[in-house]
Design a protein around this ligand. Structure first.
Ligand code: UD2
Length: 309
């Protein structure tokens, strides 16, 4: 039976992947330092996984976690564009050095494939929508620079060492278990919690910025498909993972408010430093290479997320 290492397994996306693989009957080793993830996210399956508590910045700990592993889903990172603006060094060390440690661990232990959580923020603010993988990346904030440099490392390890690597550029993934109460929380989880508490959400800018918000189940499915696809279709490549729809923040706010019976108005303030104005993906490459298609749409995703919190 194949053994999977999931980094960031106690986090939002990592915990969904861990649950899915365990339920499917796979052997999972989970790696996390609980810096943004939580043991609670794995509580129902803790006795069915092998847990390695460790930090991605610790090369020895990462190397030990890679021993005997066939496949790696590298989800561990310090997410958030504003966090990287505030403290670029810490996010650099976790996101880029951490990714390098994972690749070195994979290489030393003969891992077959690494699927990497990359970010749509790599496209930056250049003209041209929808974003497709052939576009030249134009990262703005430190976070997209780190995530993009991780992609380049992934591609290098495929070309130089023949380690099969696949980069999935996630477009604003949301859903149950996304941390709602950190200053660096994704907007969806943050708004839901604020509305539930009767607090006033803040919108940075005019709220007309657009995002290709993507429900978690779609990201999980993309990972499983990318992991199983023939190497000649995916190795060394980058793929958008999204729904292929753009929704503004104002629209998202209205739908959430309606679902939660919240009648407060948002407070508008200045645009966040490093923010991307608009985001919309072309998902053809993932469709063609490994049969990816979004399983859960935007509004259904919102309903499921609200119901969970
Ligand atoms: C970026 C990436 C995303 C993922 C994520 C990881 C883009 C387009 N997307 O998400 O794919 O890698 O980073 O962290 O770069 N906002 C408010 N009020 C709030 C919080 C946020 O108005 O209280 C706005 C924010 O200014 C932005 C939008 O909501 O315009 C989405 O922000 P986010 O932090 O949820 O995600 P984003 O787009 O930085």
């Amino acid at each position: 039976m194949a053994t999977y290492l999931i980094t960031g397994a106690a986090g939002f996306i990592g915990s969904h992947l861990t649950h899915t693989l365990v339920t499917r009957g796979d052997k999972v080793r989970a790696f996390d330092n609980f810096s943004t993830g939580s043991r609670r996210n794995l509580s129902r399956i803790l006795n069915r996984i092998e847990f390695h508590e460790g930090d991605l910045r610790d090369a020895d700990a990462v190397n030990r976690a890679c021993e005997g592993v066939d496949y790696i889903l590298h989800q561990g990172a310090l997410p958030s564009v504003p966090r990287s603006v505030k403290d670029p060094r810490t996010s650099h060390e976790s996101n880029l050095n951490g990714t390098f440690n994972v690749l070195e661990g994979a290489r030393a232990n003969g891992v077959k494939r690494v699927v990497y959580a990359a970010s749509s923020s790599a496209y930056g603010n250049q003209p041209g929508f929808p974003r497709h993988e052939g576009m030249k990346p134009q990262p703005i904030a430190p976070y997209p620079v780190q995530k993009l440099a991780g992609e380049l490392y992934m591609q290098s390890y495929w070309q130089v060492y023949g380690l099969e690597t696949v980069c999935l550029r996630y477009f604003n993934i949301f859903g149950p278990r996304q941390v709602p109460d950190s200053p660096y929380s994704g907007v969806m989880a943050k708004f839901i919690l604020q509305m539930m508490h009767g607090d006033t959400p803040t919108i940075f800018g005019d709220g007309e910025q657009g995002r290709d918000f993507t429900y978690i189940d779609n990201a999980v499915s993309a990972n499983l498909l990318a992991m199983a696809a023939p190497a000649e279709k995916v190795a060394g490549r980058v793929f958008n993972v999204a729904c292929g729809e753009r929704h503004t923040l104002n629209e998202t706010y209205r739908i959430l408010a309606q679902l939660l019976g919240f009648d407060g108005l948002p407070m508008y303030t200045e645009v966040r430093a490093g923010d991307v104005r608009d985001s919309l993906a072309d998902i053809t490459a993932a469709q063609e290479a490994f049969g990816y298609k979004p399983l859960v749409g935007f509004e259904e995703g919102l309903r499921r997320t609200v119901a969970w919190y």
